[in-house]
Structures are given as structure tokens and as C-alpha cells.
Design a protein around this ligand. Structure first.
Ligand SMILES: NC(=O)c1ccc[n+]([C@@H]2O[C@H](COP(=O)([O-])OP(=O)(O)OC[C@H]3O[C@@H](n4cnc5c(N)ncnc54)[C@H](OP(=O)(O)O)[C@@H]3O)[C@@H](O)[C@H]2O)c1
Length: 428
């Protein structure tokens, strides 16, 4: 035991194998929100206020009934969505607290949600009317921008999800199946063991394709880019979801409570998965995302030249979008509690890459944002769950629904920005 303590490098290497260190971190999940859990000091949360958000829990991957959702009557905001337009009985009343206010100011505007209610039917009693009003509120959906509506309705559109084997990424695949008509390229490290993805691709063979991708491995990124360039010649939305946090000492050195716990290999790995990988993937796929400038032939990283698909006369490809899943703890000005060095550093780096790419990619008609999903019920948050306040752990369906709302409401002013799940601009 003593030798383990004296050999941090050896210990560091063993995080790849099964549980070793033993002492579970007492790190509280308040870190997920930069210690804002105690922010009732700064911010009052009104669970029943009109600004609460609702979750639709009716569609697990198993519950998708139609590969191509049909328009629903009365669903003003999202004509191609089956998730928001399915019967109101599939809505539950999960209410997220309002996002905390941040320390520091963002230089970006908030994303405006024009949440619209669905139409009503005749009611008789006051009680029924009240119930109906409640349903209406629950079914309120964000209106999409024209760009998002066009993208969602396009059967040739290509949506790439990096990190889709589980958690938020897996749910994104389902959300995209529900809201869009295009192809979903579900990328993961081990396609042969990704049971849920295999299931989805066998039920929706025309829409879901599972592809291998390890963002730590440049060859894997290059191979994926080449496959997409050859088979599809375009990417309309890239969701960089893959990320690691660690369990705080049980089997991984991170996330670290203090400087003394910092481990070089873990820091490098976290930077590689959370910052370098998504940035290199954006670099590799961005030529296929060009929508502006008139150039039709683009050059991939390895010199491969690709002719972007021709559109029928009069049709324009709307701006393409890159989304980097970040975290509020990546905000430097909002860091009120310290700790979690590797994770914070990696997400700050990802935010910087997002802002920098935002300037450049706007010129080719691609928008990019970093998004904080909120503390969500996935494997990543599991080790820190016991300290999450009641009602503060988002069901993954809720998170993805809100993030897709944010994505569908973006416009050019938002590109390069850092936003939370409610569309609120976060400071860097
Ligand atoms: N959950 C939260 O509360 C929360 C809060 C703030 C931010 N986020 C961010 O949201 C994103 C998604 O998190 P999550 O909660 O869905 O996490 P999760 O359930 O732990 O899933 C992580 C995903 O990343 C993939 N991945 C890990 N290393 C990879 C690599 N080298 N190459 C390719 N894929 C890799 C995993 O694939 P395997 O199955 O192959 O391991 C898995 O699909 C992350 O970027 C995270 O930082 C989450």
C-alpha cells in the first residue's frame, strides 16, 4: 500500500484498469454548477414559477414508433417533431430550477426562445380548463429558426454525433431521429458493443449509421472524416458530446480536489478527450460544412478533394452548426470554488477553441457554440450524485430536448458563444 502512495506515476497508469485507490472522493456535485448550489444566496429558485421547464419522457429509444415522424396538427413551433407533438399524456412534470446567475458577464446575447403554446380544444368545466392550461404550458415548444426548420426537413442532411454510445450522446441520436428527417451518423469507440446504437440502426437502417471514432486517436478521426467525405460529402450538424470527468479517486485520479492530486497522465488524457479531440474533429469535418462562398470543391485534411453536393436551383443550404458539449465549470470568471483542475482546464480550452473557430467558420457559413447541459443523470455525474439537490439532476431526455431547442434557435449573433441549456449566455 505504501509503495502505491509513493508511486504516483504507477498509480496514475492504473486508472485504466479496475478500481484501485479506494478512497471515494467527497467532492460535491455543486462543482457542476461552480458552487452555485448554495447560490440560493444569490438566486432564488421558484420551482413552480412560469419559467420552469418541462420534460417529455415518453420516448426512450424503444418507444420511437415511426422512422419518419409526421407533422402534428397544432404544433406551431416544430412541424417535424414527433417528440413535442405526441399526446400530452406522454409529458411528465419534471421542472428544472432556473439556471443560476453567473459571476462575470458574457459578451454574447442570450438565445431567445419564442416558446409557443399549442392550440386548445373546447372545455366545459373550470377544472378541465385549468388542466388544459397546464397541458398547454407543458407542451409549449421553442420555435425553430428558418435555418433549423430547413435543416430538420432535409432528408439528405447529415448529423454527426461524437460520443453516442450512452448518456447525452445516445439521447441526441434519439432526439435527432424524432426531430429531423436526415441521416444520423452515430460515432462511438466500440460500435460492436454499443447495444442501443445497434438496435437503433437495425430499426432505422435508412437513418442511423454507427461508425467507429476514438477522439484520442488522430487516425480514427482521419478515417471517419474520409468515410463521411466519400459516402455523404456533407455534414450539417456536428455534435461533439464525448467527454470524461473521472470518479474522483475511486478508479481515476480526476477530478481533483486539490493541486496535490493532479496527475500528469490524467490531465493529458482529459485534455485529449475533452478539448483536443473535439477540436480536431471540427477541423477534419469543417470542409464538408461549407455553405457560403460559392466554392464547391473542398479539400480534406489528407488532401482528398470533395465536390459538395449540388442543390436544385433556388435552394440554399442553411448554415451548418458545430456544438461542443462544455460545462459551466469551464468558465474562468465563474470559478468560485476551485478544484477539478483537469476537467475545468479542458472545458476552458474547448470554450476558447469554440470562440476562435466561431470567428473563422462564420465566413464559410458554419456556426459554432459551446453548451452546458446542466447536471444530468448519466454515468458521468453518477459518482457525485448524492450531493445533487433534489430536482437538480436532469433526466437525460429533458437535457437533450432543451439543448436541441437551443441549437434550433441559434442565429449568427450566437456563434462562438458559450450557453447553458436554457439559452442563457455564460461568461468565459
Ligand atoms: N452529465 C452531466 O452532468 C454533464 C454536466 C456538464 C457537462 N457534461 C458534458 O456533456 C458531455 C456528455 O456527458 P455524459 O454525461 O453523456 O457522459 P457519459 O454518459 O459518461 O458519456 C460519455 C461518452 O463519451 C464517450 N467517450 C469517452 N472517451 C471517448 C473517446 N476517447 N473517444 C470517443 N468517445 C469517448 C463515451 O464512450 P464509451 O462508451 O466508449 O466510453 C460515452 O459515449 C461531456 O462532454 C460532459 O463533459 C455533462
Amino acid at each position: 500500500m505504501a509503495s502505491l502512495l509513493l508511486l504516483p506515476a504507477a498509480a496514475a497508469r492504473s486508472w485504466a484498469s479496475s478500481g484501485r485507490i479506494g478512497r471515494r472522493s467527497a467532492l460535491s456535485s455543486v462543482y457542476f454548477d461552480n458552487n452555485h448550489r448554495s447560490s440560493s444566496r444569490h438566486h432564488h429558485h421558484h420551482p413552480s414559477s412560469s419559467s420552469s421547464y418541462f420534460v417529455h419522457r415518453g420516448s426512450s429509444p424503444r418507444s420511437i414508433a415511426h422512422p419518419r415522424p409526421t407533422p402534428a396538427s397544432g404544433d406551431v413551433g416544430r412541424p417535424y417533431s414527433s417528440s413535442s407533438s405526441s399526446s400530452s399524456s406522454s409529458y411528465t412534470s419534471f421542472e428544472a430550477p432556473e439556471p443560476p446567475s453567473s459571476h462575470g458577464a458574457s459578451v454574447f446575447p442570450d438565445i431567445e426562445f419564442r416558446r409557443s403554446a399549442t392550440t386548445t380544444t373546447t372545455t366545459t368545466t373550470g377544472e378541465e380548463k385549468e388542466a388544459q392550461q397546464q397541458q398547454q404550458q407543458q407542451r409549449a415548444v421553442a420555435t425553430t429558426t428558418t435555418a433549423a426548420t430547413t435543416r430538420n426537413a432535409d432528408r439528405d442532411a447529415v448529423f454527426v454525433v461524437n460520443g453516442s454510445s450512452r448518456g447525452i450522446g445516445l439521447r441526441f441520436v434519439v432526439g435527432l431521429l424524432e426531430r429531423t428527417e436526415g441521416k444520423v451518423l452515430a460515432c462511438c469507440r466500440s460500435p460492436s458493443t454499443a447495444i442501443e446504437l445497434i438496435d437503433l440502426s437495425s430499426r432505422y437502417p435508412d437513418r442511423v449509421v454507427v461508425l467507429p471514432l476514438d477522439v484520442e486517436d488522430q487516425e480514427s478521426i482521419d478515417d471517419l472524416a474520409r468515410t463521411i467525405a466519400t459516402e455523404y460529402r456533407r455534414v450539417d450538424l456536428l455534435l461533439n458530446v464525448a467527454g470524461i470527468l473521472g470518479d474522483g479517486g475511486a478508479t481515476t485520479p480526476g477530478p481533483e480536489r486539490s493541486l496535490s492530486k493532479l496527475d500528469r497522465d490524467w490531465l493529458m488524457k482529459t485534455m485529449s478527450v475533452n478539448a483536443v479531440g473535439p477540436t480536431m474533429l471540427a477541423r477534419a469535418l469543417s470542409p464538408l460544412m461549407r455553405t457560403k462562398g460559392g466554392r464547391r470543391t473542398v479539400e480534406m485534411m489528407d488532401g482528398l478533394r470533395v465536390d459538395l453536393p449540388l442543390l436544385p436551383p433556388g435552394r440554399h443550404r442553411p448554415p451548418t452548426v458545430i456544438v461542443n458539449l462544455s460545462a459551466r465549470v469551464g468558465s474562468i470568471s465563474d470559478n468560485l470554488s476551485g478544484g477539478w483542475y483537469s476537467y475545468r482546464m479542458s472545458k476552458s480550452a474547448l470554450n476558447q477553441a469554440t470562440r476562435t473557430m466561431g470567428h473563422e467558420l462564420a465566413r464559410q457559413g458554419t456556426w459554432i457554440v459551446a453548451l452546458h447541459p446542466g447536471t444530468t443523470d448519466t454515468g458521468l455525474s453518477r459518482p457525485f450524485r448524492r450531493n445533487v439537490g433534489e430536482g437538480r439532476l436532469f433526466p437525460v431526455e429533458f437535457t437533450v430536448d432543451r439543448l436541441l431547442d437551443v441549437i434550433e434557435s441559434l442565429d449568427e449573433r450566437n456563434t462562438g458563444g458559450f450557453y447553458d441549456w436554457a439559452g442563457k449566455a455564460l461568461p468565459f
